[in-house]
Ligand binder design. Structure first.
Ligand code: PMP
Length: 413
């Protein structure tokens, strides 16, 4: 980087996030870009030491599954390592089409389109569906990629308070009848682990002529019939216009998709710029996604196991007096409400062999910082017990107030 640019960047970089990261570095508690030298699994290796992984999005524990890895290796044998072009031109393989067909069936839509990442799905889809005279309505806690997708569009963007249907109604009711009113929501919110109030949202969309897109990054493989996601969970698949998903979580790979009716998918194929102007998903990613989907559909007990683990972890954490908020899913936030202590807990836990993710300002307000645990189907109960005991110890030794009343729960294994 040239000196001038570097100096200007440093002078300007005064954001809360940057300052917090700098303070964490000064305390030797910097928690980002930690280097892992093993597969993403319930146990990983960091600095030559085994650490229990409670910060992975691989909810179904498939990233290191022999069949998924074998499928990726076979695909490299047949198709090579990359597609060297976009889906639009030379980069469409027969397995891209097979994956699209399987995904459409899985989530209950007519057609699907795969992109190279979930982030790119949201960029390309949200920015191309609405025009200058249209509106995009967003839950304030939506994922960054949804916000960035709406920034790229020419439409007016309105944010409503998290899962607050009254606020959404107030905004929707004022919009012109003939405009497209696209409501975009996370199915499962990625920081809090709560689920969108889809039945109320569908009712409002019907009353005011809105359309709905659900980002199911954290719902797919977790909730709904056979893991088909949030719309399926509520029996409202037909009422949701677009379902978005990513392969970087339950599906153990890299890439993303949008599913909808045939015409909308045809439109997106010719308008979504992050699809048209970016190289397509690599063959190994496509094949590993297909293999993971196959396992999810043929081994429903994996999802049952994920839920048994989620219930167990939630009960143990609550009975240790920790404050978890409104989580309903394997994403479990544990509130700390102090930026520096959040970094310190994360560091102390890693030193004691537990990996968790810190969530600090500005991702959340400074008085709502937390560590986020993600439960996997492949965790054992004893791994969960060890993690909870160490979290409780770390909170005690750092004098973190556990404001939640210690729940009296009967813990069932
Ligand atoms: N949406 C949500 C809700 C997410 O959590 C993520 C990933 N963190 C994405 C979209 C982006 O997906 P990907 O990792 O495939 O780019």
């Amino acid at each position: 980087m040239g000196n001038l640019l570097r100096e200007k960047l440093i002078a300007r970089e005064k954001s809360a996030a940057y300052q917090a990261a700098e303070r964490a570095m000064a305390q030797d508690a910097y928690p980002y870009f930690r280097s892992i030298s093993s597969a993403q699994d319930t146990e990983v290796v960091i600095d030559g030491k085994k650490v229990l992984m409670f910060g992975s999005n691989a909810y179904l524990g498939l990233t290191n599954h022999p069949k998924v890895k074998e499928a990726a290796i076979k695909a490299i044998d047949v198709y090579g390592t990359g597609c060297a072009g976009s889906r639009f031109l030379n980069g469409t393989l027969d397995i891209h089409l097979e994956l699209e067909e399987r995904l459409a069936q899985y989530v209950g839509k007519d057609a699907a389109l795969v992109f190279s990442t979930g982030f790119q799905v949201n960029l390309g889809v949200i920015s191309s569906l609405t025009g200058r005279n249209d509106y995009i309505l967003l839950d304030e806690y939506n994922h960054a990629s949804i916000i960035d997708g709406s920034r790229l569009s020419f439409s007016k963007v309105l944010k409503y308070r998290h899962n607050d249907m009254q606020d959404l109604e107030q905004k929707l009711s004022r919009l012109p009848a003939d405009a497209i009113k696209l409501i975009v929501v996370d199915g499962v919110f990625s920081m809090e682990g709560d689920i969108v109030k889809l039945p109320e949202l569908v009712a409002l969309a019907e009353r005011y002529g809105g359309s709905i897109m659900v980002d199911d990054a954290h719902g797919l493989g977790v909730i709904g019939e056979g893991g088909a996601g949030t719309a399926s969970h509520f029996g409202l698949t037909d009422k949701v216009d677009l379902i978005m998903g990513t392969f970087s979580k339950s599906l153990a790979s890299l890439g993303g998709f949008i599913a909808s009716d045939y015409d909308t998918i045809q439109y997106l194929k010719h308008h979504a710029r992050s699809l048209i102007f970016s190289a397509s998903m690599s063959p190994s990613s496509v094949a590993s996604t297909l293999a993971a989907l196959e396992i999810i559909q043929s081994e429903p007990e994996r999802i049952e196991r994920l839920w048994a683990n989620t219930r167990y972890a939630t009960q143990l954490l609550r009975s240790a007096g920790l404050e978890l908020g409104p989580t309903e899913t394997p994403i479990i936030p544990v509130y700390i409400r102090d930026n520096d202590k959040t970094f310190q807990v994360t560091k102390l836990l890693q030193d004691n062999g537990i990996f968790v993710n810190p969530v600090v300002a500005p991702a959340v307000p400074a008085d709502s910082t937390l560590i986020r645990l993600s439960v996997m189907a492949t965790h054992t109960f004893s791994q969960i017990e060890e993690a909870v005991a160490k979290i409780a110890d770390a909170f005690k030794s750092l004098h973190i107030n556990t404001t939640a009343a210690a729940y009296e729960t009967s813990i069932t294994r």
